[in-house]
Design a protein around this ligand. Structure first.
Ligand code: PLP
Length: 497
């Protein structure tokens, strides 16, 4: 009894210290919050129907409030009061709003259409009963809603539960995680593999773990002068930023530039130096393919390793879907491969690194996204495993998507469109102007074809495009409908004659 009175007294003191005088009224919902009061040092409070301001602001809803910097927690019921800091910036008004406005004004605002069906070649979106033909997913093999993939996922949930509530090394490795790692290594003909929650994480973890200050990372660079023109995927760029190795850049497909950079690193006579060439196998915005044979040759000449991101190749590129190195008839010749389970291989999520066992062992010890992020959920592990089964057992699957891509490219070029890329299902239809690309996509949607316009900063200024992604799930009739719609809109908007 005495103890609880004492605790109540403490609580009263804490509230008195931080929440003085008048009860606060929320600026948004007008509710009074009797538990927190306005004081000399508190200017205002905004709640989300009773939610705490700081949480509201910093994470959950982004409700517009005047935000002051220092939050003081009373420690009771999680209430927090704001202490006015003289001269502190009004973050929403002075910083966030102008930035958001500038994105809108530049015409580069990205809005998200809400799909109300499963991912497929045929989808529906919210507020429309029309069935759309979908040409903008990375669902290259159409496995995202494959019945066998879904069944495998469901079974894994029944057997292994929803998730592990742990990172791998503490309490988060199940039989199926080990099985999938072995399957991936075998699929790529490598010694070992390590799973991540995404390929973004795999890319974020590899360079910092492998490379030291004395090493060299040589990656694909700009096609223009602006930094945003960099061709490698953002996750490779970010991963490289995290490592301390010396950075050298070569121009895309420019082998003499690559050689010059390799020579520069070769002047370093320290024999323990690692030189790592990092490239996408297939470049996602242009649909172009890295010249891996020549890259390997140069790497051998200058004692360098080659890292390839195979997100837009794994499962469907190359005769049996082993990716870009198989496309060039050099399976097993690349030192390190990172790829995703979130595109062709079931489309759920997940990424991996595959390569020499010693590297994979080191990643398990040191790679931060692996060590400090949750285990891949069993449902996803099982769906990816089933997708690999399907690719291995139905060798016609990769052929189908490449055949569809060749058909689409040929017909579109015959119509007079400029299509970038090299025989890959990423078919960028070049339009140049950002507003034209977005208008073109809107017109296509009116014809029930779902495609997306890409503009700066995702692609260089003046190189806006519609990136069509062809899937094995598209029928010839689907492709014809898409091409007919392109022809109609292209003539209407005077892109073709
Ligand atoms: C080339 C490339 N690398 C990495 C990623 C990241 O993959 P994930 O979605 O598994 O994080 C993507 C995804 O867009 C990609 O296109």
């Amino acid at each position: 009894m005495a103890a609880s009175s004492y605790m109540m007294f403490q609580v009263f003191c804490l509230i008195s210290v931080f929440c003085l005088n008048t009860a606060l009224q929320c600026k948004v919902c007008s509710k009074e919050d009797p538990n927190c009061t306005i004081g000399d040092n508190i200017e205002s409070r905004t709640c989300d129907n009773g939610e705490d301001l700081c949480f509201t602001w910093f994470g959950r809803k982004g409700i517009e409030v005047r935000v002051e910097r220092d939050c003081i927690s009373s420690g009771t019921k999680g209430y927090k009061a704001m202490k006015k800091v003289t001269g502190s910036p009004n973050v929403v008004q002075n910083r966030l709003k102008p930035e958001l406005d500038s994105i809108r004004e530049a015409g580069t605002w990205k809005s998200e259409r809400i799909i109300s069906t499963s991912q497929s070649a045929h989808i529906k979106i919210e507020h429309s009963s029309n069935q759309l033909l979908n040409f903008c997913a990375n669902n290259y093999l159409g496995l995202a809603n494959n019945p066998e993939v879904i069944k495998a996922s469901k079974q894994a949930i029944d057997e292994y539960g929803a998730g592990l509530s742990s990172v791998r090394f503490i309490c988060g490795t199940q039989t199926i995680h080990k099985q999938l790692e072995q399957r991936i290594a075998k699929f790529h003909q490598r010694e070992d593999a390590i799973l991540y929650i995404s390929c973004f994480d795999a890319n974020a973890g590899i360079f910092e773990t492998l490379l030291k200050e004395s090493d060299y990372i040589i990656s694909v660079s700009t096609i223009g002068t602006e930094k945003q023109d960099e061709l490698n995927h953002a996750s490779i760029i970010d991963g490289i930023r995290l490592c301390k190795a010396k950075r050298l850049r070569y121009k895309h497909k420019d082998l003499s530039d690559l050689e010059a950079k390799l020579k520069e690193s070769y002047n370093d006579k320290n024999e323990n130096v690692i030189r790592l060439i990092a490239t996408d196998g297939v470049f996602s915005m242009d649909g172009t393919i890295a010249p891996l044979r020549e890259i390997r040759r140069l790497a051998d000449q200058y004692n360098a390793l080659v890292f390839v991101d195979e997100c837009h190749a794994t499962g469907f590129f190359g005769p049996t879907g082993r990716g870009t190195e198989e496309h060039f008839g050099m399976l097993g010749k690349i030192d390190i491969i990172n790829s995703t389970l979130g595109k062709a291989l079931g489309g759920a999520a997940g990424g991996y690194t595959t390569g020499p066992k010693a590297l994979i062992d080191l990643l398990r010890q040191r790679s931060r996204p692996y060590l400090f992020s949750n285990t891949l959920p069993p449902a996803i592990v099982a769906s990816a495993m089933k997708a690999i089964d399907l690719v291995e057992n139905d060798t016609s699957l990769p052929g189908r998507v490449l055949e569809n891509a060749a058909y689409f490219r040929e017909k579109m070029q015959n119509l007079g469109f400029t299509i970038l890329g090299d025989a890959h299902p990423i078919c960028p239809v070049m339009l140049g102007d950002a507003r034209l690309a977005s208008q073109f996509a809107d017109e296509m949607l009116k014809r029930n074809i779902y495609v997306i316009g890409f503009s700066y900063p995702v692609v260089p200024k003046g190189r806006a495009r519609i990136r069509v992604q062809v899937s094995a799930a598209h029928s010839k009739d689907d492709l014809k409908r898409c091409i007919d719609a392109f022809a109609e809109v292209g003539r209407q908007l005077k892109v073709i004659k």
